[in-house]
Structure formats: structure tokens, C-alpha cells
Design a protein around this ligand. Structure first.
Ligand code: FES
Ligand SMILES: [Fe+2]
Length: 448
């Protein structure tokens, strides 16, 4: 009944009034748990965006595969026998049965459990039972698995786009590449995934995590207070309100938040010398390299649902902080349900003992059992609950995203900032979150 009430209003009416509200920093609460909005997102956001699939180091050998999703649609992320990375639709061409049923593995071919059609790991149909008796005219070449029409390997990050008319990945990422590159191109070997991704389900909308990683710095002091008090991260990394942080928003649809040490300092998210000695400007400009060198914390979201966070933490007062990168996918599982996917990465050249240490501190902070993680996922579901109320609908409740907007603050954009986007040296702003929702609205209302 309540479902009908919500979806009965449809997505269109809600979206129509949103642009004006968003310019004033207002967002309807309903977008965080609404069936009609969600169904529209699956078609207009996920089926038309460059969606993160996985990292190439997850598939080191020919035949390695992992199950992944675009929106709710299942795909096989696989390195075929020739070494080519592919994103194949996980549905048999005979009756649509899912041919790959394990989350990770290695296979030369997949045999469908229903009638036994088999496919090689590049998606080609190779065998059909009773072919001579029943399929004499069947041309196997016409019955390969479907695959994502566009796949891009960007410094090891694999993205796919289901829209045949998609803009190029370079166009999608735009000038934001300046920041993304500082996270993935520091050493010649690039970043490497440690272990399998963790997954856990939260009763919250997928946009919650995505917007949070666009620079919700002001929640840290409150939601993560206990982790601060336990000394898990330094106060600089925590980002006290005021002038200690830096946000970049309106960067071709994406945003970051960062904390930088004073000019001339070397922090590199607290990687030790045995790791940082492999860092060099190489493919980065001097300005990008300097930005990375001063990095205390860096987080960002590549629209729509891929986020990352680079920082150093410790799990013991006796041990110094260790740097690592966590990558996130906010995997939609319904209007009020998200599966969080989490990978840890370190530079490929790091010694094995350091990789182990980075994994441990990652687990202790940003994982299903991590101190920071518990804080956020205890809070986010209550937003989905509020969004689902009849009262919110009756009153057309709007949320406040006005922090730092125009006259709300006297922080001015930096005029000498070397990177792209609008940079503000303050933690007291929600510009990155507004950028996220502007991009979302643009895509939700795009025709065609
Ligand atoms: S559904 Fe796959 S072989 Fe029939
Ligand atoms: Fe958080």
C-alpha cells in the first residue's frame, strides 16, 4: 500500500522541482528511499554511466573471474585466455540462466547448469548438447554471451558502460583525472589489490556512501568521535572544523575532500620510506606530485557509485600509522538497501610485510569490523527510514545541504589552486555533496 503511494507520484514530479531546490542547497528526503526514483536510477544512472567493475590486479591470470554488478544486473568480470579483460553478461543465450555461480574463480569455460551450453572465457559459444540431432543449422558465432559495449582500463581500474551511445570515459572523468591520477600513478607498478573484496549489506540508500565520500567532513568530528578519542588517526587527519581541510567541488561532475600538510612537508598518507622511495613524479605533474606528497587524507567519488579513501591509521598506540587506499562500491540492492564492497590497495612495490600491515590497519578501521565503518553504518539506515515515511511525503520534507553555500560562509575559492575544480580551504562546506546531487539530477532528467 505504502509502496503504491510512493511510486504513484512517480519520479517525474519529484525531479521537476529539484533543480531550483538544489541551487538553494535543498534536497527532498524522499530520494533516499523511493521505489520510483530507484527504478529510474537503474535506467538513467546505472545503465548510462561508467560504472566501476573491479581492479585488473584482481585477475592476475588468464581465466580469472569475479562476479560483478552494474545496477542490479550481473556481469562476469574476466580475463580471457588471451589476457583480454572482458565484462560479459551473466545470462545463457538459451534460456537466460546465470552460467557463472561463484563469486570468484578461474575457468577456461562455463557450462550452463540447465541444458549444458558451454562458453569459452571470452564469451563465445563453443558447445551445444545434441547439436547434430537438434541444432544442425545453429551458427555458434551468433550466440556468444552479450557483453558490456564499453570497457575501459584506467590505470588498472576497470569501468564499463552499458549505453551504446556513451561518452568516452575520458569525457566522463574530465579534469577530475588530475586528482584520480595522484592516487593511482605514484609508482611505476601502480596500486595493487590485497585480498578479496569484503561485502556487507546496509539498510541504506546507495547515494549515502557516495555523497559522504564527496567531502562530508563535518560528520567526522561527531560520528567518528570515539575513533578520534581512541587515537586511531591523528587530529589533522580527522579534519577539525575550519581551515584544516580542503574541498574541491564542481570538478566536471565529481568532487574530492582532502587534508594537506604544510607546503614542503612529506606525508604521502603515512606510507613508510620503504614504500615512498618508489614514488616519483613520473606520469604526474610537479603540482600533482606535490599534492600527493602533502596528502594526509584524500577521499572522493567518481560518479555514480565508486569511492576511494587514502589515509594512514593505526590499530595500536605502540605502532605508527600505516597508509593504505580503500576503494568502495555502493552497490544498489533496492531503494533502501546497499551492499558495500570494499577493497584494500597498496603500491605494488611495497614489501610483503608492509602489505600485511596495511591490510590489518585497513581491517581495523574501514571494513565490516572497522571502527570507522561501524559509526557510519549505524547512522545511515535511519535516513532511509525517515525517507520512507508517509509524513515525509505528506510534508514534502527537504534536507539541508547548505553548509558553505554562497552567503552562508565567507570562505572564498582559492585563486592560486593548481588543480581543476573549485577549491576551498575549509572543512565547513558541503559543496562536494551538492556537486554529486547536481550530477545525479542532470543524469536523471536527461532525455533520450
Ligand atoms: S538455459 Fe543455458 S543451456 Fe539452457
Ligand atoms: Fe564516516
Amino acid at each position: 500500500m505504502a509502496d503504491d503511494m510512493h511510486s504513484g507520484n512517480g519520479a517525474a514530479a519529484l525531479l521537476a522541482g529539484m533543480q531550483k531546490d538544489l541551487e538553494k542547497g535543498l534536497l527532498p528526503l524522499r530520494v533516499f528511499n523511493d521505489r520510483a526514483i530507484y527504478d529510474h536510477e537503474l535506467r538513467h544512472i546505472f545503465a548510462r554511466s561508467w560504472v566501476f567493475i573491479g581492479h585488473e590486479t584482481e585477475l592476475p591470470n588468464p581465466g580469472d573471474y569475479a562476479l560483478r554488478y552494474i545496477g542490479e544486473d550481473p556481469f562476469i568480470f574476466i580475463r580471457d585466455s588471451a589476457g583480454v579483460i572482458r565484462v560479459l553478461f551473466n545470462a545463457c543465450r538459451h534460456r537466460g540462466v546465470q552460467i557463472c555461480r561463484t563469486s570468484m574463480g578461474n575457468a577456461k569455460e562455463f557450462t550452463c547448469p540447465y541444458h549444458g551450453w558451454s562458453y569459452s572465457n571470452d564469451g563465445k559459444l563453443t558447445g551445444v548438447p545434441a547439436r547434430r540431432q537438434g541444432y544442425r543449422q545453429l551458427n555458434l558465432e551468433e550466440w556468444s554471451l552479450y557483453s558490456a559495449p564499453h570497457v575501459k582500463n584506467y590505470h588498472g581500474l576497470i569501468f564499463a558502460n552499458l549505453d551504446p551511445n556513451a561518452v568516452s570515459f575520458e569525457q566522463h572523468i574530465g579534469r577530475y583525472a588530475w586528482y584520480l591520477d595522484t592516487q593511482f600513478l605514484l609508482s611505476d607498478g601502480g596500486m595493487e589489490v590485497i585480498g578479496e573484496p569484503h561485502r556487507w549489506v546496509v539498510d541504506a540508500n546507495w547515494k549515502q556512501g557516495a555523497e559522504n565520500f564527496c567531502g562530508d567532513s563535518s560528520h567526522t568530528q561527531m560520528a567518528h568521535r570515539s575513533a578520534m578519542e581512541a587515537g586511531v588517526v591523528g587530529t589533522a587527519a580527522a579534519g577539525a572544523p575550519g581551515k584544516s581541510g580542503l574541498h574541491v567541488h564542481d570538478c566536471d561532475g565529481h568532487a574530492i575532500s582532502t587534508r594537506l600538510a604544510a607546503p614542503g612537508s612529506t606525508v604521502f598518507w603515512e606510507y613508510p620510506e620503504e614504500v615512498t622511495r618508489h614514488f616519483k613524479p613520473g606520469r604526474l605533474s610537479e603540482a600533482q606530485f606535490d599534492f600527493a606528497r602533502r596528502g594526509v587524507v584524500h577521499d572522493g567519488t567518481v560518479f555514480p557509485n565508486f569511492s576511494y579513501l587514502h589515509l594512514g591509521v593505526t590499530d595500536s598506540a605502540e605502532k605508527s600509522a600505516a597508509g593504505f587506499l580503500t576503494m568502495r562500491v555502493w552497490q544498489p540492492r533496492g531503494p533502501g538497501k546497499t551492499e558495500i564492497w570494499n577493497w584494500f590497495l597498496v603500491p605494488k612495490e611495497a614489501p610483503a610485510a608492509y602489505k600485511q600491515r596495511a591490510y590489518e590497519v585497513g581491517m581495523s578501521s574501514f571494513s565490516p569490523s572497522g571502527s570507522f565503518e561501524q559509526d557510519d553504518v549505524a547512522i545511515w539506515p535511519s535516513i532511509a527510514r525517515s525517507a520512507r515515511t508517509v509524513f515525509a511525503e505528506m510534508n514534502d520534507i527537504k534536507l539541508n545541504y547548505q553548509m558553505g553555500l554562497d552567503e552562508m560562509s565567507d570562505t572564498e575559492p582559492l585563486t592560486d589552486w593548481p588543480g581543476p575544480g573549485v577549491a576551498e580551504a575549509s572543512n565547513a562546506g558541503e559543496g562536494g555533496l551538492r556537486t554529486f546531487h547536481h550530477t545525479w539530477l542532470r543524469q536523471m532528467t536527461k532525455r533520450g
